[in-house]
Design a protein around this ligand. Structure first.
Ligand code: SRM
Ligand code: SF4
Length: 575
């Protein structure tokens, strides 16, 4: 690996990875320890590579502290679903496991994965084994490796989409860690003789400096938010065929409040490659980041900082050196939106696709709304597949004409189509998990956004903006898990009940929003938005989106220049 000059002060995680023997650490022993409901801190860093996070129920912390009890430990499991495609059988298994071992709910994530929350240590191994028996896995769903590869789930462009999905799956397979640690620890695979000499040909012993995210997008839909990703492949379609991909690099959204050196950044266009070159390009981009990413400071270790620090031309040069050929010039493209298209669409071969709104991706039954049951009943009869969208929604995809009436009846019986009555604001809303499971949350998100939307809805109803699609996204901290910096209205948790309010992102996901006001009280958010929405209702141009209006009207200051932008010091630009 290239010298970075940072070898002397590597971050703690580098040491953990180095001495872990390819992600084994002392995990097997820690799991077997009956005295603790969790695993030691170093092993908790390694479980992430296996798709597992050590957590505790934060709602219970105070009470348990008073009673001098341990925290209410449990684990979150993230199931990798490349391209977000799962069979009905797999859906039924996920549904069952949620009840059997987790908190009875399923979370559809912003990166097309399933998450289980509240899995106790005693059943963790069993749960992972049963996920694998359903032909899904959790390896590399988290950790300093390439994660679940996302793909535009757009089923009505079937031929093109199938090819894009094929690329997502090929990249995912190519970049999955080779270590057998996962199989040994979770699936009781015997360690083969000579296992000590195991190698990771792409990653090496210390894997990547930080998490790495990839995506394949098919314009005009940017429903996978390509510009938020470390690496993106944007399909260029001619005569209904993918002739190649524009390659984007250096997107990423995480930042830290008050730390100007951290910032969200949208990806740059690196060039163009043919379909045959794409997996190779993915590998070489990863290799450059492996060798040059910052291994000393994890807050500065994502690819976006490597590119911001060293320049796009330098980066392209390093990638091309490893490829042995030059990338082409990026081709023109046209993205129009980041949201999902709800309801039925007709696809090839007479098949139908039904996109359902799943508020914040949480699949559960509540009194009066049997969503989880309804989806289970659909899975029992469905002959197509399920597609998880990057907006935390769900497509019942590839419904044959024979099954359509049956599925429509189940949708009606369980009220699964009730979301279609919602406002354009709610249908374009997203919230991260946050409390009570996320250890990093500073404020509520998933449990609060639906109520806030209800409050804002009363304002937009008065103004005749009910149908207007406006993206609103909330996170409980500045890490950006629901991609709030790419929403027309972004709310980022600052402290309990307080949020930074961002405005002005582009509707097509190509432009970040800007900080409008810091530490807005939850009770004041709707009032803060009211005058701006009133102006939008009165003054907007024909077809003008809310984000574009906020910029044109000077509600937040305009970005300088054209194309892709990044926010050098988000905290410093409050208007
Ligand atoms: Fe995320 C950490 C949840 C998408 C940026 N994210 C976390 C953790 C694991 C908290 C932790 O480290 O202890 C959260 C678990 C909460 C819980 O209880 O489940 C968490 N992230 C999520 C999910 C489930 C949000 C959701 O409600 O859907 C998403 C899972 C996606 C998946 O299936 O893989 C999720 N996270 C994202 C995204 C969006 C995306 O990738 O499109 C981002 C912003 C894009 C990016 O990566 O830059 C994101 N998550 C982060 C970060 C900040 C990374 C950074 O570069 O600074 C962290 C914290 C970290 O890595 O240190 C984080
Ligand atoms: Fe947790 Fe923050 Fe991610 Fe929300 S944005 S899930 S609070 S890490």
């Amino acid at each position: 690996m290239a010298s970075t000059g940072q070898e002397t002060k590597l971050s703690k995680n580098e040491g953990i990875k180095e001495s872990s023997n390819y992600l084994r650490g002392s995990l097997a022993e820690s799991l077997a320890d009956p005295l603790s409901g969790t695993v030691p801190a170093d092993d908790a860093q390694l479980t992430k590579f296996h798709g597992i996070y050590a957590q505790d129920d934060r709602d219970e912390r105070k009470e348990r502290r008073k009673k001098k009890l341990d925290k209410a430990y449990s684990f979150m499991i993230r199931v990798r679903v490349p391209g977000g495609v799962a069979t009905p059988k797999q859906w039924l298994e996920m549904d069952r496991l949620a009840d059997a071992y987790a908190n009875g709910t399923l979370k559809l994530t912003t990166r097309q994965a399933f998450q289980f929350h509240g899995v106790l240590k005693g059943v963790l191994k069993k749960t992972i084994a049963e996920i694998n028996a359903a032909l899904l896995d959790t390896i590399a769903a988290c950790g300093d490796v390439n994660r679940n590869v996302m793909c535009n789930p757009n089923p009505y462009q079937s031929a093109v989409h199938a090819e894009a999905l094929g690329l997502a799956q090929a990249i995912s397979d190519h970049l999955t860690p080779r270590t057998r640690a996962y199989h040994e620890i979770w699936l009781d695979e015997e360690r083969v003789a000579g296992g000590e000499e195991e190698e990771e040909p792409i990653y090496g012993k210390t894997y990547l400096p930080r998490k790495f995210k990839m995506v394949v997008a098919v314009p005009p839909s940017n429903d996978v938010d390509i510009f938020a990703h470390d690496l993106g492949f944007m399909a260029i379609v001619e005569d209904d065929k993918i002739v190649g991909y524009n390659v984007t690099v250096g997107g990423g959204l995480g930042m830290t409040h008050g730390a100007a050196a951290t910032y969200p950044r949208v990806a740059d266009l690196l060039g163009f490659c043919t379909p045959e070159q794409a997996v190779d390009v993915a590998e070489k981009v990863v290799l450059v980041q492996r060798d040059y990413g910052d291994r000393a400071n994890r807050a500065h270790a994502r690819l976006k900082y490597t590119i911001a620090d060293r320049g796009l031309d330098w980066f392209r040069g390093e990638v091309e050196k490893r490829l042995g050929y030059k990338l082409g010039k990026a081709r023109p493209y046209d993205f129009q939106h980041t949201g999902d298209r709800y309801g039925w669409t007709e696809g090839a071969e007479g098949k139908g696709h039904l996109t359902l709104f799943i508020q914040n991706g949480r699949v559960k039954d509540v009194p009066g709304f049997s969503m989880k049951t309804g989806l289970r009943e659909i899975a029992k009869v469905h002959d197509g597949d399920f597609r998880l969208t990057a907006n935390q929604n769900l497509i019942i995809s590839g419904v044959s004409p024979e099954k359509r009436a049956q599925i429509e009846a189940l949708v009606a019986e369980h009220g699964l189509d009730r979301g279609f009555e919602s406002t354009g604001l709610r249908l374009n809303s997203m919230a991260c998990v946050a409390l009570p499971t996320c250890g990093l949350a500073l404020a509520e998100s998933e449990r609060y956004l639906p109520d806030l939307v209800t409050e804002i809805e009363s304002v937009i109803a008065e103004l005749g903006l009910k149908q207007q699609p406006i993206t609103i996204r909330m996170t409980g901290c500045p890490n950006g898990c629901a991609r709030p910096y790419l929403a027309e209205i972004g709310l980022v948790g600052k402290a309990p009940g307080k949020y930074n309010l961002y405005l002005g992102a582009a509707f097509d996901g190509s432009r970040l929003n800007r900080l409008y006001k810091t530490s807005v009280k939850d009770s004041e958010i709707a009032d803060e938005l009211r005058p701006i929405l009133i102006r939008y209702a009165k003054e907007r141009n024909e077809g003008e989106t809310f984000g574009d209006f906020c910029i044109r009207a000077g509600i937040v200051s305009a970005w300088e220049g054209e194309g892709n932008y990044h926010e050098p010091a988000a905290e410093a630009v409050a208007s």
